[in-house]
Design a protein around this ligand. Structure first.
Ligand code: DAH
Length: 339
């Protein structure tokens, strides 16, 4: 029996050495130490031994059992730590690898300037309203005192969809839509896209943006118009910004004025940048024509108003010294990243 026990221990140890996974390890434990295992089988035969032999073999059997148990648990430990090590290795992060660059976007210059303009007018208590880009002849021209065949229509080459539906050439259409819905006091701006059948060049595009403004209340005067626009220009271009009002004609304002900004380059003296004018043309404006007010159901004997239309591209180009309008639409990152 001694020999048997020794051989059991030897074989168990040999097999344990070769084991490389937990499942095999458990099989070995069952095979040697389980209820039907080899060591147990020996212990079951103890009854056949003599009184002297029994304690000797008993001790030896227990020793063998303990040794095998120890060897199994040692193997278990080493298998476990090998597993952890393997897991750690497969999950390591190489902190020396170059990171993935996150590209931060930024507002397009047109949107950036529009946001500034909006915040100036919101600060003065204006609302921001929107109107449709596909518009009727009525709102775009007729209600603005420009009946069919009025010569002022010629300055706005129009994309007609049919005789009465067109792509709006100006945001002034929103003045009419607003006055039909709201009653004075009215204080709104309306930014949006406008369309004209123009060929593309450095200062023209068939699609561009305007910001319309409209104020109607009791006692509104030209001084309010000038003060409002002066404040806007100082906010956009700095406190030295100076504007001047120049007489003009628009069918929907009376009197009408074009508003010019003093040239930053020559401070009004005249240079190549302002074509020797000293000023650069910015926008159209005026006091809302009494007929336009009346047609919208607002009594011109009680109320008066001013209106203006700003070209967003023009003030953006002035703001950032951009000399070609096309740059604003080409989505060239080398250009856009400068703002
Ligand atoms: N609608 C004009 C244009 O597109 C600009 C304009 C002029 C708007 C006078 C106005 C205004 O509101 O009162 O050229």
């Amino acid at each position: 029996m001694k020999e048997q026990l020794k051989s059991i221990e030897e074989r168990a140890c040999q097999e344990l050495e070769k084991v490389s996974d937990m499942k095999l390890l458990d099989e070995i434990r069952v095979r040697f130490l389980g209820k039907k295992g080899e060591v147990t089988a020996i212990l079951k035969q103890m009854g056949k031994l003599s009184a002297e032999e029994r304690p000797v073999i008993g001790q030896l059997a227990n020793k063998v059992r303990e040794n095998i148990e120890e060897a199994i648990s040692a193997k278990q430990q080493s298998l476990k730590s090998a597993l952890v090590e393997q897991k750690l290795k497969s999950e390591t992060v190489d902190v020396t690898m170059p990171g993935r660059e996150v590209k931060l976007g930024r507002p397009h210059p047109l949107n950036a300037v529009l946001a500034e303009v909006e915040s100036v007018f919101l600060g003065m208590g204006f609302d921001i309203v929107e109107g449709p880009e596909v518009e009727t002849d009525h709102y775009c021209f007729e209600a603005l005192n420009m009946p069919k065949h009025h010569p002022a229509r010629d300055t706005q080459d129009t994309f007609y969809i049919n005789e009465n539906v067109l792509l709006r050439t100006q945001t002034s259409s929103v003045q009419i839509r607003t006055m039909e819905k709201m009653k004075p006091p009215i204080r709104i701006i309306s930014p949006g896209r406008v369309y004209r059948s123009d060929a593309v060049d450095a200062t023209h595009s068939p699609l561009f943006h305007q910001i319309e403004g409209l104020v109607v209340d009791k006692g509104v005067t030209m001084a309010d118009l000038k003060g409002t626009l002066e404040l806007l220009m100082k906010r956009l271009y700095g406190d030295e910004a100076k504007i001047r009002l120049r007489p003009h004609h628009f069918p929907y304002t009376e009197p009408s004025a074009e508003v010019d900004l003093m040239c930053f380059n020559c401070h009004g003296k005249g240079c190549s940048m302002c074509k020797q004018e000293g000023y650069v043309e910015l926008l159209g404006s005026g006091m809302v024509h009494p007929k336009v007010l009346a047609d919208c159901g607002i009594d011109p004997e009680i109320y008066s108003g001013f209106a203006f239309g700003i070209g967003l591209e023009r003030i953006t180009m002035g703001r950032y010294n951009i000399n070609d309008m096309r740059l604003l639409y080409e989505n060239d990152m080398r250009f856009l990243e400068q703002f």
